[in-house]
Design a protein around this ligand. Structure first.
Ligand code: SF4
Ligand code: SF4
Length: 317
């Protein structure tokens, strides 16, 4: 019998539903669940690696437990307007927690997964980088250990930042990186801090495609005042449209060359069933490994993209 991640993340979702003030509607997408009965093929070497890294992964379930506890015992907010001093302290805390990219968006019912709810109508999106060097071996146990490590770190970040805001009198509730009430990749795009790539991962400026996301739902209404001038990331979609490296390298042919449209629902970029087959190979991760936004830095890619575009435009004349 495999490990049921769905059972492990369920208490968080139940707690959030109980505290919810905003619920999904009939235009909401369905939540994608973890694969049940997952039986990864571990070699002897993998087991030895797991044992060696036990210290770094044992904290993961505890951070999830802490999230659920914080949701259940969230204090009644006293205020909803953020002041500069508190923001600066919040910002320093984000740096300490290695949150490199962040943004905020307004939560509306159609953004919430079917049969789910959230406690506040604003959300802070937090992105914590995974080590791309660990992904060079994907699919591998080494890579999955890094995923687990960053699930812990990003879950922790949501917990600590929520506690900080609560202590300062604001309404704040964490949503752990292991399971969101909304689509995390889309959340990063709604927050204007990322563009969803063809592999369905959010591509951000500092973390590229190699990161994990967690959320803090909050009653703070003026967070956007503190966001530095946002950069136009739309060129990433252009770049992605011409690249297709993840599609060519996906071992299960799970990534659609053209995303599927489904009425008002978000685009479907990957065949989840097929990707789940890859999930059994240590969670796969090949699409993250080969993505240029994992292997190269943002500015280099951006400069090359605009240089190429200029050449194309000149050739067309
Ligand atoms: S994780 Fe693997 S199987 Fe899934 S879409 Fe990426 S490359 Fe394909
Ligand atoms: S590998 Fe290429 S096509 Fe796939 S998400 Fe990354 S940039 Fe886009």
């Amino acid at each position: 019998m495999g490990l049921s991640l769905n059972k492990i993340v369920k208490p968080q979702s139940v707690a959030l539903n109980k505290k919810a003030t905003l619920f999904s509607n009939d235009r909401s997408p369905s939540k994608r669940l973890y694969v049940e009965g997952m039986t990864p093929r571990f070699t002897r070497q993998d087991v030895l690696l797991l044992i060696k890294n036990l210290r770094s992964i044992y904290r993961l379930p505890f951070t999830l437990y802490k999230t659920t506890k914080l949701i259940r015992h969230g204090k009644r907010p006293l205020r909803s307007v953020l002041d500069r001093q508190t923001f600066e302290a919040f910002s320093r805390l984000m740096q300490d927690l290695e949150v490199a990219d962040w943004g905020v968006f307004e939560v509306t019912p159609e953004k919430v997964f079917k049969d789910c709810g959230v406690p506040y109508t604003n959300a802070i999106v937090l992105s914590v980088k995974m080590d791309p060097t660990k992904f060079t071996t994907a699919p591998s146990m080494e890579c999955q250990l890094e995923v687990a490590n960053i699930y812990t770190k990003s879950g922790d970040a949501a917990n600590i930042l929520s506690s900080f805001l609560q202590k300062n009198g604001y309404g704040a509730t964490p949503n752990h990186s292991m399971g969101g009430q909304v689509d995390y990749s889309m959340a990063a795009q709604w927050a204007n801090m990322a563009v969803v790539g063809r592999h369905s991962m959010a591509i951000t400026k500092k973390n590229g495609a190699c990161h994990r996301i967690s959320l803090v739902y909050t009653n703070i209404t003026n967070f956007s005042e503190f966001i530095p001038q946002e950069e136009d990331l739309s060129w990433i979609s252009d770049f992605c449209g011409k690249c297709g490296k993840c599609i060519r390298n996906c071992p299960k042919n799970a990534i659609y060359p053209e995303p599927l449209k489904n009425g008002n629902l978000p685009l479907t970029r990957i065949d989840y069933e097929r990707c789940c087959e890859g999930f059994r190979d240590y969670g796969c991760g090949v699409c993250i490994k080969v993505c240029p936004f994992t292997t190269m830095d943002y500015e280099t890619l951006k400069n090359a993209h605009f240089r190429n575009r200029k050449v194309e435009e000149q050739n067309e004349k």
